[in-house]
Ligand binder design. Sequence first.
Ligand code: HAM
Length: 441
Amino acid sequence: MSKTPSIQAIKGMNDILPPTSARWQWLEDQVRCVMGSFAYRNARTPIMEQVQLYTRGLGEVTDIVEKEMYSFQDRQDKHGDADHLALRPEGTAGLVRAVAEHNLLYDGGKRLFYMGPMFRRERPQRGRYRQFHQIGAEALGFGGPEADAEMILLAVALWRALGIKNWRLELNSLGQPDERRAHREALIAYFEQHQEQLDEDARRRLHSNPLRILDTKNPAMQALVDGAPKLLDYLGAASQQHFAAVQAMLRASGVEWRINPRLVRGLDYYNLTVFEFITDSLGAQGTICGGGRYDYLVEQIGGKPAPAVGWAMGVERVLELLQEEGMAVPEPVPDAYAVIPDAAALPAVMPCLQALRAAGVAVQMHASSGQADAGMGSMKSQLKRADASGARFALIFGAQELAEGQITVKALRDGAGQQSRQPLADAAAWAATLKSPDSAQ
Ligand code: HAM
């Protein structure tokens, strides 16, 4: 009989399993805490949206929309109509849609954060996946430079909480649409003068998105790009003031940055401040967080005009950076492991364990393989498992103890081997003796 072929995960889409998942949970806990300290509130939007949200919101000629989106035609409804849907490649457009749809800004600005999977059909490599996770923060309805500075300080607070040290901040201002138009015309004129030095990608983008040519990775075009007109030279007084004010607040907060005039970001919705946090520890995919101001997106998606600013960080990259920096995250372990030599004891075991758990003790119960005549397994093998679980105590539900209405509590770590008896009933009364000193309850 031929073996059924095994099914594997999709390339670039990863399973997150123990023990790694503990690192994810730890990171998410830190994020919730820092977000709370800045008074950001959680928002959750669907993983799928109408494809127009992204073509309209992110820009038709961005890599994401042109090449990387997982989009498909849904099944036809009874009228023969079918929606064109996409798995979200990022979180900002969906959140803006939700904010506009629910008129969330009716009573003033909102500060929101989200965490979740995003999907881009990129070439998988270290730090670049097809399903990856972002943590994002968006402040909507705030147009002043203080919101930009707060956003950046929020990310800095997060690096501090996570213990990440190897990062640098790059800043740029993309100005306003009319300033960009003037710069764009100057750019097109400049690149047209040097047509012969443009690669195929640049030629294609020359009239559709010349700003993105500045982002080229082609070494042969670096000199050309270095000599191109700089957007910062085309900013009007208001844009310059906004950028200067953001920098003044960062300076006052002790944050260092570098202005990178070629930082343009891969999405079209930005204006004024854009920024990226970059690390040298991760090779080519060193951008751990990116964002900026997007004052026209809410309107573009159909909401009442409202300014906004935000960022998103790549969770996989940040976790990899933590690994590189040698950050140890404690593995969760149960407080106690219930050893049950005979299945006949189970009716007495269950309520006792429930009472302990309700009192805040983490208890792992021994369970059988279910194979006929294997029973619960020997006492020795159960104690071995209790030890391997990392628990500090074994709770032994032996027949003799149970006959006396008691169980044996055996220490497995501090004072290993020490034993005491506790009453089976009223477990809540002695539950506290099992809890770890740093447990939450
Ligand atoms: P983004 O620069 O496209 O911006 O993505 C933000 C971050 O997500 C990147 O800096 C990177 O850490 C991570 N990332 C992106 N693609 C991948 C991938 N294929 N694999 C692993 N990590 C990845 C945005 O998405 C904007 N929505 C950010 C924003 C929020 N702007 C304003 N508000």
